[in-house]
Design a protein around this ligand. Structure first.
Ligand code: AMP
Length: 212
């Protein structure tokens, strides 16, 4: 089974993707991770990718297409799980076209939905350790050491985690993924999940709806 997990920031998408990968052995395609490695390497695209990532802009289609084409050559005995991609309709189409060349299809698109108010609440309570990068949440996962991390580092709020900036990122997400969600609905592969529930419950709902 090949599937996509989509959801706005703070929806818990990455957590759910990790749980599915561990339990069912999907091959995870996390474009953010692949692009971070390219940005840090002496790859010919390294500088371009880094500057786009730093701006929070989407990496250009030519680079992403090449990355996806290469990545999808990987063996994937249990199927691919796409996390962080597609970010827009052309990417969705490209992935489907590459899969079709292999005689495969996109079986499901899981959309983890949370309200704007919940996104703002979750992200504006997010704290990151300055030293090791560990992420806590004042509401859902507070540090037992107050404003310190378990490593002793100070916890700070990300500069772009202000309510206004969060709303802007959310608008951009909604705008670019709207067509992906519409297409998946038309194709009958969309699975909608309410993301405002405990992690384990969401996981069970996804597993049940995917028939895993
Ligand atoms: P992420 O880790 O998914 O939040 O991605 C981090 C950054 O990588 C994004 O802000 C983009 O600059 C870039 N990126 C990740 N995935 C994609 C994608 N599918 N298309 C374009 N850019 C991407």
């Amino acid at each position: 089974m090949n599937l996509v997990i989509l959801g706005p920031q703070g929806s818990g998408k990455g957590t759910q993707a990790g749980m599915l990968v561990n339990k069912y052995g999907f091959t995870r395609v996390e474009t953010g991770e692949i692009l971070r490695k390219i940005a840090e390497s002496d790859h010919p695209w390294g500088k371009r990718v880094k500057s786009m990532m730093l701006k929070g802009a989407l990496v250009s289609d030519d680079i992403l297409n090449a990355v996806l084409k290469e990545t999808l050559n990987m063996s994937h005995p249990k199927g691919f799980l796409f996390d962080g991609t597609p970010r827009n309709f052309p990417q969705y189409k490209l992935i489907r076209d590459i899969l079709a060349l292999k005689g495969e299809r996109m079986d499901k698109v899981v959309f983890i939905n949370i309200s704007e108010a919940e996104t703002v609440k979750r992200l504006s309570s997010r704290q990151t350790c300055r030293v090791c990068g560990k992420v806590y949440n004042l509401v859902t996962d507070p540090s037992p050491h107050g404003d310190k991390c378990e490593c002793g580092g100070n916890l700070v709020q990300r500069e772009d985690d202000t309510p206004d900036a969060i709303k802007k990122r959310l608008e951009a997400f909604n705008h670019s993924t709207e067509k992906v969600i519409e297409a998946a609905k038309k194709e009958g592969v969309l699975v909608e999940i309410n993301g405002e529930k405990p992690i384990e419950e969401i996981h069970k709902e996804i597993v049940a709806k995917l028939g895993l």
